[in-house]
Design a protein around this ligand. Sequence first.
Ligand code: 3HC
Length: 290
Amino acid sequence: MSPREIASVAVVGAGTMGTQIAFCAALHGYPVHLFSRSDQRLHQGVAEATRILAKRVEKGTLEPRDLEAACARVRPTTDLEEAAGSVDLVIKAIAEERDAKHRVFSQLGGIAREDAILASNSSTMPSSFFRECVPHPERLLNLHFFNPALVMRLVEVVKGEHTAETTAQACMEFARRIGKTPVMVRKATYGFVANRILFIAMQEAFDLVAQGVVAMEDCDLAVRNGLNWPMGPFELADLVGLDITEDILHEGHVQTGEARWAPKPLLRRHVEAGELGRKTGRGFYDYPGA
Ligand code: 3HC
């Protein structure tokens, strides 16, 4: 059975990524169920996304009625069956923990419609890790969004060996309809494409600073001005979260066995100290009032 055209969506996980993905879809007319086990998390996520979009209204780049309509399309719920039982596409955006993902995909395998597409927003774990959890692995794949998802245009549509071409194409079309620029990744290699390039560059930056070649601020300045990145690698690591950056690198080391992915001591020291980036008010830089 081929997937139907995607007309309704559920997002499982109401963290920063999940909530922003849900609002991207809602802004482009899709009804979206947003699931979290925690009412408080749902409330916080929706409030934060609404706050970001209200700024667009203030700037005049979003009509107030479009914001209202998007908010009305997002239906928060703590009931997974209600969230995922009737939609065409389920996007799972939960923590990068293999057991938790395993559990959620197994539940979704029993709940989701026969012809629904099940997607993972994971940056490190290919969908093949979970193919045994679902009855129709031909409709299972990675859909990888970038942070902040309301802004970043790229979506990596990552085919596993089990993923049907019709599934991948339906997701390419969905990504275009929510204003994204999708890229098809034909082999689910570790890090897919963008992260594979980004995180090795970050590792180089950590080494250059640790070796005293350049100060951290100057390294960021060099990358911003010499490569035209909107942020330098240290600023970007603080945005992504240093714990997440470490987890992504660690997973690369485990999956490939290549030493180049082993998280650098400079990064590990910050994580051990609980300095996780913007979200904790301190990472490589300080964020007073965050
Ligand atoms: N969440 C949502 N929207 C945000 C945001 C956030 N955290 N931060 C900024 N924005 C929005 C603003 O609201 C504004 O939107 P508008 O133009 O519609 O009003 C727009 O982004 C521009 O914001 P600002 O003018 O305040 O700031 P900048 O021009 O400096 O842009 C930035 C901020 C968009 C974050 C830009 O610096 C950027 O693109 N940085 C690089 C981000 C990046 O590389 N992300 C990828 C990380 S890797 C990843 O996600 C993979 C994962 O697997 C780890």
